[in-house]
Design a protein around this ligand. Structure first.
Ligand code: F6P
Length: 329
């Protein structure tokens, strides 16, 4: 069999480990892997990862130590051309011409919507692996990249806390999560932030200022608030204005961590999960599965139809929300 593998959407630490696992698992069973560069756009341009002999085959040797690296060696993209029917037909034709029987796509909801659209014109097998720092896909309790993103955010907040303390300030720190407060929630808990704003719960600026005023009256000279970029009240730029209107007692500064969170060497957890899911994706292809995403639940791999993975966003467990409520204002 010839299996194509690509990364698509926002890159996430651990994507390389997932590709490496795909190559190892497929090679072990005597199958070839074609590395497709730059996601759907690279497929449309037949931009394949060439080995030392100039062949579009990703060898075991080539991908042997990829697990330790951040970013995506295959590169990643969001393709407007592939969103059109013409683009999808063209991609199907390219896959047929290159004798690719199965595709393993590492990405998020947009990637899997693409897989569903492609199935209209291509009868090969499509299996997804959840690769997004946002951790918000249905069908898995974990997405590749989440652990590293939280680790990076926590390290950054720890550093900001030093300057916050030195200058008696409050810092509002914005973390990624377009529709999801996962990174914000886990970062807030790990850093002992005093306030948090996430899209899953209503952000009550009046209540936050009341709590911060209490802390100040108790002698707390500095404080940290974590804001998810997808909060319903906006990011840090909007929330700082709302806190000012409520007469926040602290002198405030904002920091947007942004794409910093998408880079860096993946944590052991991201590497292990990526390897587990990449290997399970190959098994799924070899078992004849298609139109599914590999996910994990309690450390076991499971398959979910692609259409279910992007129907809505995965909710933060109530126990985590309760802990946040308990630990912050
Ligand atoms: O989906 C992953 C993510 O990192 C989101 O958290 C963020 O909103 C988005 O991608 C940013 O996308 P881009 O790199 O296209 O700006």
């Amino acid at each position: 069999m010839r299996i194509g593998v690509f990364c698509s959407g926002g890159d996430a630490p651990g994507m390389n480990a997932c590709v490496m696992a795909v190559v190892r698992a497929a090679s072990r069973h005597g199958h070839q892997v074609v590395g497709i560069k730059r996601g759907y756009q690279g497929l449309l341009e037949e931009d394949f990862f060439l080995n030392t002999e100039g062949l579009p085959i990703l060898t075991l040797r080539r991908a042997s130590i990829w697990s330790q690296f951040g970013g995506a060696f295959l590169r990643s993209s969001r393709s407007d051309e592939f969103r059109t029917e013409t683009g999808q037909k063209k991609a199907a034709e390219i896959l047929r011409r290159n004798n690719i029987d199965g595709l393993i796509a590492i990405g998020g909801d947009g990637t899997f919507q693409g897989g569903v659209a492609l199935a209209e014109f291509w009868d090969g097998q499509f299996v997804g692996c959840p690769g997004t720092i946002d951790n918000d896909l249905i069908g898995t309790d974990y997405t590749i990249g989440f652990s590293t993103a939280v680790q990076t955010a926590v390290e950054a907040v720890d550093k900001i806390r030093d300057t916050a303390w030195s200058h008696d300030r409050m810092f509002l720190i914005e973390v990624m999560g377009r529709h999801s407060g996962y990174i914000a929630a886990y970062t807030a808990i790990a850093t002992g932030a005093d306030a948090v704003a996430i899209p899953e719960t209503e952000t009550d600026c009046k209540g936050i200022v009341k709590y911060l005023s209490y802390l100040k009256s108790q002698g707390k000279n500095s404080t940290i608030m974590i804001v998810a970029e997808g909060d319903e009240r906006g990011g840090v730029a909007e929330i700082i204005e709302q806190l000012k209107l409520e007469n926040c007692p602290y002198s405030m500064r904002t920091v947007v961590l942004g794409h910093l969170q998408r880079g860096g060497s993946p944590t052991p957890e991201d590497r292990r999960r990526a390897m587990q899911m990449g290997s399970a994706a190959v098994k799924a292809v070899l078992n004849g599965q298609t139109g599914v995403m590999v996910g994990t639940r309690d450390e076991h791999c499971m398959l979910t139809p692609l259409v279910e993975t992007f129907a809505t966003h995965r909710k933060i467990p109530p126990s985590v929300l309760e802990l946040i409520q308990e630990m912050t204002g």
